[in-house]
Ligand binder design. Structure first.
Ligand SMILES: Cc1cc2nc3c(=O)[nH]c(=O)nc-3n(C[C@H](O)[C@H](O)[C@H](O)COP(=O)(O)OP(=O)(O)OC[C@H]3O[C@@H](n4cnc5c(N)ncnc54)[C@H](O)[C@@H]3O)c2cc1C
Length: 283
């Protein structure tokens, strides 16, 4: 028989998990992914609803970092004034998820833990070099894990049974004086999972690219940071060779053909969107 619980505090949650280590535990946040994944839902012995734990739904902005709680919804993020100023890239991505109804339910941790290569907040947290606060059941304590160490493949993460995401830490220094670009290509303008996406966080200084971080979504088993392309462009004076940029981008991604798009389209358009980001920097 399934158990469904809805703890009200983190300590109540941790105590319950520790006492039920040997049962198959699943966490429920907004349910927008989980409730359509019947297989996952059906195999769980215990479903833990995180929505009543107010400690998990906080956003705080400090000088050196931004903390975002796991159950903050896309709407919470989109409406948070300080984030609009300090981290507009995340606000933009959150605003582009699904529809208003989905954004009112869909949480940031659900988007990350679901580990879809199409998850819209993943490339954003990736270029911002966010760290994930994870409650680790085995060690019975919180760990801070860099986002690029979290994903193992589509739908797969380092989380073990009973581990859960407490929240996210974004270093403010990385966002300071940066501009951004976020392009998502979908079947429609709204309510559309991406065929591919390109995210770029950059800083120009004296007409040179002083800092650049790029990531592409839906073009590999996990969201890809474009490290080689970044290295090629770093410190360049925007007089890059377009065909070289295309070559680097294409060498870094491994898209597949599926119901949403083809391998060829994804490769070509990802490259062109990276060029579009660079064009934007010139203007
Ligand atoms: C119509 C529709 C449109 C959509 N459009 C988009 C879109 O445009 N862009 C996009 O990126 N996504 C989209 N999605 C997918 C989905 O809405 C997002 O991935 C959402 O952020 C998932 O969050 P959730 O809170 O609903 O997660 P849930 O469904 O509750 O959980 C998803 C997974 O994460 C796990 N989980 C949740 N919280 C935690 C936690 N704190 N710790 C550990 N594990 C956890 C759950 O166990 C489950 O495996 C769409 C979905 C639908 C149904």
């Amino acid at each position: 028989m399934k158990t469904f619980i809805s703890p009200k505090t983190i300590s109540e949650l941790n105590e319950f998990i520790s006492n039920n280590k040997n049962r198959n535990i699943i966490f429920l946040a907004g349910g927008t992914d989980l409730l359509v994944d019947q297989e996952k839902f059906n195999t769980a012995d215990i479903i833990i609803d995180l929505n009543k734990i107010s400690e998990l739904r906080n956003i705080s902005v400090y000088c050196e970092k931004i903390n975002i709680g796991s159950t903050c919804t896309m709407t919470d993020i989109a409406k948070y004034k300080q984030l609009q100023n300090i981290f507009p890239l995340l606000v933009n991505a959150a605003t582009n998820v699904g529809s208003p109804q989905i954004r009112n339910r869909a949480t940031i941790a659900g988007n990350i833990a679901n580990a879809s290569p199409a998850g819209d907040t993943i490339p954003v947290l990736s270029v911002a070099e966010a760290k994930i606060r994870i409650f680790n059941l085995e060690k019975n304590k919180e760990l801070l894990v860099p986002i690029n160490k979290f994903f193992l493949g589509p739908g797969q993460t380092i989380l073990k049974n009973g581990d859960y995401i407490v929240g996210f830490e974004v270093p403010s220094k990385i966002l300071q004086d940066c501009e951004y670009a976020f392009y998502k290509v979908g079947q429609r303008q709204a309510l559309s999972i991406s065929k591919l996406s390109v995210t770029c966080l950059y800083q120009l200084s004296h007409k040179k690219i002083h800092k650049i971080r790029m990531a592409a979504g839906s073009v590999a088993p996990t969201v890809k940071r474009l490290y080689k392309t970044e290295e090629y462009l770093q410190n360049s004076n925007l007089s890059y060779a377009e065909n070289e940029v295309m070559r680097f981008v294409k060498s870094e991604i491994e898209p597949i053909t599926d119901v949403r798009s083809t391998e060829e389209y994804r490769k070509e358009i990802t490259g062109r969107l990276v060029l579009k980001c660079l064009q934007e920097m010139k203007s």
